[in-house]
Design a protein around this ligand. Structure first.
Ligand SMILES: [Zn+2]
Ligand SMILES: [Zn+2]
Ligand SMILES: [Zn+2]
Length: 346
């Protein structure tokens, strides 16, 4: 995550809709990947800035239609007729907004999704609109009977199917998330983590473009044609997952090659975003260079170690409770190679 400042020089955060110091309105421009301060008028958002020669410039952006909804989206859009931004319009189903907990859940889910999209856009990955493209990216935020006895679904399963990502809206509740963490034995479980994992399944079809890349995938992750249902049943029926920790980033990654890929993909996005934050705040002096996966990777190991040490000083559990082995490094390098190749050819 980059660091942003208002015209008054106050630091502003990516979800802010106005500056707490000077009161200027704020808008995030997902194309330029920057925040603008200015004033919201009937004609649009008027932002003031300076060009390279220090001349004042004025530009007009248009706010997302969800700016004044319960999700308080502060993103800009390219249309002028009150449409939704690239992130908001990817949401296909929201939980019943007349129920007390759901507006807050939706807000939390959309914030995490915008953070996901920020990284996807920075990597030049395509986000296909499900309204116009079959199997485009869509999100269903659903409830089940565990938290709402009035809905028909017994158990919402988080997952991906042909571009549609389903998330249990209750994962936005701290209590539910904590219970699930303990039940599933997952030291790291967040909504952002779910999004990053599920979107990995969506991109698998997009970034692997030929038989050669598919064979490289199979060499590293295994044959994804293995029976998925059986593999997952087997994984969940074990008392304790038996897996070679040197081969997988998480126990769940050992369940099936597709899950190994999605877990690795999620970690790649964790690293991209968190390393950018570390650089923005001066914790890392890392500067990206061409073909520098090894430098990137070793800098991440250093930053992750620092984050964990900082958390321990506060009596908190590790921020990055994972061990990066040589095999995991190779898998991450493969994700890096595919994303890089895709971004340059697109
Ligand atoms: Zn300000
Ligand atoms: Zn929006
Ligand atoms: Zn998965």
């Amino acid at each position: 995550m980059k660091r942003f400042y208002c015209q008054c020089e106050q630091e502003i955060f990516i979800n802010n809709a106005f500056c707490e110091k000077c009161g200027r309105d704020l808008i995030y421009d997902p194309q330029a990947q920057t925040m603008w301060s200015g004033v919201l008028t009937d004609k649009g958002f008027i932002a003031h800035s300076k060009d390279q020669t220090n001349h004042k410039i004025q530009m007009i952006l248009h706010p997302c239609a969800n700016r004044n909804s319960s999700v308080h989206c502060n993103w800009s859009v390219s249309c002028t007729n009150g449409c939704q931004c690239v992130s908001c319009k990817s949401t296909r189903t929201v939980p019943d907004q007349s129920l007390p907990k759901n507006p807050q859940r939706w807000l939390i889910l959309e914030r995490a999704k915008r953070q996901l999209f920020t990284t996807l856009l920075s990597l030049n990955l395509p986000i296909e609109d499900f309204h116009v493209k079959e199997n485009g990216l869509a999100f269903d935020f659903l409830e089940d009977k565990r938290t709402n006895p009035n809905v028909s679904i017994e158990h919402v399963l988080t997952g991906h199917n042909n571009g549609v990502i389903t998330i249990n809206a209750a994962e936005a509740d701290e209590g539910f998330l904590h219970t699930m963490k303990e039940e599933m034995g997952e030291p790291y479980r967040t909504i952002l983590g779910h999004f990053r994992h599920e979107v990995g399944h969506y991109y698998w079809n997009i970034v692997i473009k030929d038989d050669y890349q598919l064979s490289q995938f199979r060499e590293l992750f295994g044959d994804e044609r293995a029976d998925y249902t059986k593999a997952l049943e087997h994984y969940y029926n074990q008392d304790k997952p038996k897996f070679k920790s040197s081969q997988f980033i998480t126990p769940y990654a050992s369940s099936h090659p597709h899950e190994d890929w999605a877990e690795t993909w999620a970690h790649y996005l964790h690293i991209v975003d968190t390393l950018e934050t570390a650089v923005s705040y001066g914790i890392s002096a890392y500067e990206p260079k061409i073909n520098d996966f090894d430098d990137w990777y070793s800098e991440w190991a250093r930053v992750a170690q620092t984050m964990n040490a900082l958390n321990r000083s506060m009596g908190l559990s590790d921020a990055y409770p994972f061990i990066l082995t040589e095999i995991v490094r190779k898998k991450l390098q493969f994700v890096d190679y595919l994303i890089d190749g895709f971004a340059h050819k697109a």
